[in-house]
Design a protein around this ligand. Sequence first.
Ligand SMILES: Cc1cc2nc3c(=O)[nH]c(=O)nc-3n(C[C@H](O)[C@H](O)[C@H](O)COP(=O)(O)OP(=O)(O)OC[C@H]3O[C@@H](n4cnc5c(N)ncnc54)[C@H](O)[C@@H]3O)c2cc1C
Length: 559
Amino acid sequence: MTIIDAASVPRGSRITADVCVVGSGAAGIPLALTLSEKGLAVVLLESGYMQEHARTQALYAGEVADEKMHSPSDRYRQRRFGGSTPIWGGRCVPFDPIDFEKRDYVANSGWPISYADLLPHYPLANEWAEAGRFVYDADQVFGAGVNPMFRGFSSSVVCTNSLERFSCPTNFARRYERRLRQAARLSVVLGANCTGIRLVADGGAVSHLDVATLAGNRFEVAAFAHVLAVGGLETARLLLASRDVALDGVGNDHDVVGRYYQCHIAGNVGLLTVAGEPNRVRHGYEVSPDGIYCRRRLAVAATEQRRHALTNMVARLHFTRITDPAHRNGVLSTLFLAKRLISYEYGKRLSDGEAPTLATYLRHVRNVVTDPLDTAAFFAHWLSRRTFADRKFPSVILRNRTNRFSLEVHSEQIPLPASRVSLAESCDELGMPRLRIDWRYDPADVDSARRTLDLFASEFERSGIGKFAYDRETLEADLMRFGAFGGHHVGTARMGRDVRTSVVDADCQVHSVRNLFIAGSAAFPTSSQANPTLTIIALALRLADEIAARLDRRQATAA
Ligand SMILES: Cc1cc2nc3c(=O)[nH]c(=O)nc-3n(C[C@H](O)[C@H](O)[C@H](O)COP(=O)(O)OP(=O)(O)OC[C@H]3O[C@@H](n4cnc5c(N)ncnc54)[C@H](O)[C@@H]3O)c2cc1C
């Protein structure tokens, strides 16, 4: 119908709709549009505006128990129309069937739904993310045995055939703005901050949501269904801060909201020296027949994960440490020297946490000066294939003449109740308590990564691909150099059957509140090796079907 500013909503009024969705990120926009295209009346409340807005972004500021282990809470997420999608990297990967299983060796694992329950929604999620067909097996996309990751490598333990597909990366606000404007019975309200979930007296349903603007306007929204699609951190904040009827926070009867907070364990580790010619290795991007950048990675087969009691982890081939000028690569040294010009989110992992010496800077400058042709060629490629391209080349990939790589690890972490977000004493400009983040990991996460790397090493050696070595003593420090992997905020309102250990049920409904739902990674019980967004979208689409079916049932009963 329209996109309006919350300032124009009459003060003290109540908006009604079939569904109120709070948050317009990767979860909120597909959810709201799908519901509206099913004929439902939808209000989409969004705190931010079309562009970044400093005072709105400041509403995300909070406290972090240990800033070495977790970035500030207003980094790695954007409080604006489109959520964090204007800055996301676009890597799309579905969760694996094993992620949904209860695994005895992963404490607190197990979803109340299976991969098969989500599978019908993944292809459409791929479309929303503009990541092409829902096919993630390299043999199916490129043909069996075409351009393998390592020529001559064959293993039933380590797979090199699973793909990552890359979105444009799609900025959901820009891409879907017109569709939102044209949708029948859908209103998007910008500058509308949901500040509280108000329950009816017995606590079993939402009466309405409180909405406030930074300029002081106040109004309410009441709907048949209310969906929080405010991201993995803010979901917990909103539930915990709504304490008028449920004194410990909405859905928090068993002190679960905010607990089991997960990100990913990630870092660059070791040295893989591949034997033979450089063309024996494929480590960059391939373009699929449907025009999508794809990349292969190393993964452990599910049967082997079970047999060795391993958490789900993948590794990509990566250049050796950028901070160490010994790589003698002009492009890497240029990136190192230019890191202040790169946004916090993308620049963070370009430093070591240690201040470089003047000698280090000079050696980087020498690399640039002595490698001018490669450096110039790289920037020409970057400008044409990334800066000015609609579908952007996903990341820096360099021709590797040395056949030496580090492994870029990305792993799930074991969900821990002690890893949590809670409310701080201080409040934001709207009077809402700020977040306090205390992210933790289990030593077993590092142990599992170690055993997975050992499996990679033994399979490389067995197949004659080459040698992988890493420093066992420094592995934990290497994986924790930058703390929690930013931008993936998982588990703070987890899905489950047991109300004592979960917040929402298999339909993403808050257990104790019949018309309140969570869309987003807050509802994931475990974090997988995969980046979260594709699964966030798939789960949101599944939720749209569920809400529409409930509304149909209510209307049928009323009729
Ligand atoms: C630098 C970076 C790179 C990333 N790269 C990848 C990647 O390659 N692959 C991947 O899968 N994921 C990636 N992510 C993660 C991805 O961006 C998120 O998973 C995704 O945006 C989450 O979608 P969401 O809708 O759940 O939350 P968000 O995108 O955070 O959207 C939440 C929305 O809610 C609004 N909101 C918040 N509070 C309120 C309130 N009280 N009232 C009203 N509105 C509110 C916000 O303004 C925002 O619009 C990356 C993230 C970052 C930061």
